[in-house]
Design a protein around this ligand. Structure first.
Ligand code: 6R9
Length: 656
């Protein structure tokens, strides 16, 4: 991040007046910095009192807990609300359906405009129960892992919840992942059940996901049953008795299924994410802690109130979709918008048409979408009635101040709060963000920590805490919070080594950060080899191993390069084995096949050699400088085995 990115003297943006006006907005949950600071201090000094009280108020428990927190970072044995028992769907559906069955739980905005559908809490409960009964009849039990590979349709949410109803874990795989990636995740989880659909329709494009599932399952001996939902009605291959039609199965079962009450620490789901090595990690979240933070952050960070319409545009295949399309809004009894399309279909006005049509109060997207729409210009926005909006939010990568201001002025029309939410798959819910009516904002900063998040900045070299307010270093967390991931599935050692060992006694985020003189946090990006493309995490090692698997490829080096639109983009340097030939097109296909289309590099350079130290380490730093046209700043090249190579690489990059 360039220095000018940091406006520590920044214009402080005040709380928009209308948010504090009782005739225009609901009374905020937290309405001053003093109130935030008081609660924050309590949450850090007495986390057990703080979270114990909120957990009793927020969730319905079948058996109350006695012990709020046990375990610590040193031993990697964190557990919250030990004796408590609950069911996530009872909390997300039943209790609201009992009180208010006609309240809309989900507004489904289908790919084709005009095909929207509303699902009430009463209907949602019946649908979840029917599917849960069907899954049970096919053998799904508490603790089983069900892989979900579904379009952005209400049935995907029904599938999440039907698993949770039975105490089974869902492992949702984003439909942008290829058959090979899906297979890897199914195998790692030893899933016996898959829930999918015939096809995905997005921006009028079709992804033939049933075919992808068939392909993935060629080497998945554990899978016994595949539930197939009919989304488009196209003819698909059907393998009997493995495949069953969703619509046929659910007809057989009654629309009530008693919830399986599970222990607070029983897992709710797995979600695979990229780490700094090639193999994706199955991040495991537990029932009570995760659900509690999903609901609590929704309430305070988004200042959620009864009657609000929550529009999080994220795909349910990512953690943002899990927490802020599904669990957060439903745990609070809210109305959640499920958006199946793209921001450009059929025109770049789509988001704003949806906001106006459904009177969305909270709009939540990623900087990459904000930058994209910024490029199209405000004429696509100004013609729509966005007066329902109160909060507009951002997630996934740092938002540059220019895009922040555009979002504030053009989408928010200077009357909405911009909430930049910094968090990770592993944190379960947002951990640094402004509270709309209490924390003044600075464009580009995620501002201050959420309750219970005890941040520290460490010197990256000495590993010592920097105690001055102004600090730059790696971001770590001192104490556990309820929604921290508990383990990596089947690899607790990797969990300890990745998050807890690098700095003893702390949770390591993997991000570096600047804390300015006001104590505001500015996330600067990953310190490891993880690239963030359009808010999607991809590891360089994962792309390298996909390319290495190609029979012609000898060696690869993948780097992340900053990109105006997507934040970062993937650039790959490839050398070929002797007497082998291939082209960029084929290598692109290789990545699409092994990982999925979203990981496609922006550039692939087939080169004669890679810059290496004498000991054979690839010098990615040199490649980065060549790409960014900073060859005058290549730094120490004394260990480079062939200095001539630089000129050859520069020519290659310039001519590509
Ligand atoms: C929620 C999500 C996590 C990584 C994280 C960081 C980056 C996310 C950010 C942000 C700056 C923000 N990140 N939100 N960086 N400002 N508001 O995105 O989870 O997919 O696991 O990615 O994304 O680098 O470590 P996940």
């Amino acid at each position: 991040m360039p220095a000018e990115y940091l406006c520590t003297e920044a214009e402080l943006y005040p709380v928009p007046k209308c948010l504090l006006d009782p005739s225009l907005s609901p009374t905020p949950h937290i309405n001053s910095i003093e109130q935030y600071k008081k609660l924050y201090d309590e949450s850090i000094k007495s986390p057990t009192e703080f979270w114990g009280k909120i957990a009793r108020e927020t969730l319905i428990w079948a058996t109350p807990f006695q012990t709020v927190l046990s375990g610590d970072f040193e031993h990697g044995d964190i557990a919250w609300f030990l004796e408590g028992q609950l069911n996530a769907t009872y909390n997300c559906v039943d209790r609201h359906a009992i009180k208010n069955p006609d309240k809309v739980a989900i507004i489904y905005e289908a790919d084709e405009p005009g095909q929207d559908r509303k699902i009430t809490y009463g209907e949602l409960l019946r649908d979840v129960c029917r599917l849960a009964n069907a899954l049970k009849a096919h053998g799904v039990r508490k603790g089983d892992i069900v892989t979900i590979y579904m379009p952005m349709i209400p049935e995907a949410i029904i599938a999440f919840l039907a698993c949770a109803r039975l105490g089974a874990l869902h492992s949702v795989v984003f439909t942008g992942f290829s058959a090979e990636s899906l297979r890897g995740r199914i195998q790692d989880a030893s899933s016996k059940f898959v829930i999918t659909a015939d096809e995905v329709r997005r921006g009028r494009k079709t992804i033939y996901i049933k075919n992808i599932v068939d392909d993935a399952l060629k080497e998945c001996s554990t899978v016994e049953r595949v539930f197939v939902f009919r989304r488009t009605g196209s003819k698909v291959s059907f393998i009997i008795p493995r495949d069953v039609w969703w619509h046929e199965e659910i007809q057989k079962y009654q629309p009530y299924c008693s919830p399986e009450f599970v222990n607070a620490e029983d897992p709710l789901f797995l979600l695979y994410t990229s780490g700094s090595t090639g193999k994706p990690k199955g991040i495991l979240h537990t029932t009570a802690g995760y659900l509690l933070c999903a609901a609590t952050t929704l309430k305070y960070v988004f200042d959620y109130h009864e009657g609000d319409i929550f529009g999080c545009m994220a795909d349910i295949g990512w953690i943002t979709g899990h927490t802020y399309v599904v669990y957060g809004p439903l745990a609070c009894g809210g109305t959640s918008v499920l958006f199946e399309s793209t921001p450009l279909y059929p025109t770049p006005s789509r988001y704003w048409e949806v906001v106006a049509k459904h009177k969305i109060t909270h709009f939540y997207t990623a900087p990459t979408a904000i930058r994209l729409l910024h490029r199209f210009g405000r004429e696509y926005i100004d013609c729509h009635d966005l007066s329902s909006l109160r909060i507009i939010a951002s997630v996934g990568e740092p938002i540059d101040p220019e895009s922040w201001k555009w979002y504030y002025e053009v989408v928010g029309r200077n009357v909405c709060s911009v909430i930049d939410t910094y968090w990770q798959t592993e944190t379960g819910s947002t951990i640094i963000s402004p509270l709309p009516c209490a924390i003044l904002t600075k464009p580009g900063s995620a501002t201050l920590p959420f309750f219970g998040i005890d941040l520290a900045v460490l010197d990256s070299i000495t590993g010592k805490e920097i105690t001055t307010t102004e600090a730059e270093g790696v971001l770590v967390i001192r104490q556990p919070w309820p929604s921290i991931a508990r383990t990596i599935y089947n690899d607790h050692n990797r969990y300890v080594n990745t998050y807890l060992k690098p700095y003893k006694g702390y949770y390591f985020t993997g991000d570096c950060v600047i804390r300015d003189r006001d104590g505001y946090y500015w996330i600067r990006g990953r310190v490891d080899d993880v690239i963030n493309v359009s808010g999607h995490r991809i590891s360089t090692a994962e792309i390298e191993s996909a390319l290495d698997a190609h029979p012609m490829v000898a060696e690869t080096a993948v780097i992340g390069v900053s990109d105006e639109l997507t934040g970062q983009s993937v650039h790959a340097f490839v050398t070929l084995k002797p007497n082998c030939s291939t082209d960029v097109k084929e290598l692109t296909l290789q990545i699409r096949k092994v990982i999925g289309p979203f990981a496609t590099p922006k550039k692939i350079y087939i080169v004669s050699d890679l810059p290496k130290t004498r000991s054979g380490k690839i010098m990615r730093r040199v490649l980065r400088k060549i790409i960014s046209n900073e060859t005058d700043q290549l730094g120490d090249l004394s260990t480079l085995s062939d200095p001539n190579l630089i000129n050859i690489l520069v020519d290659k990059v310039n001519s590509s």
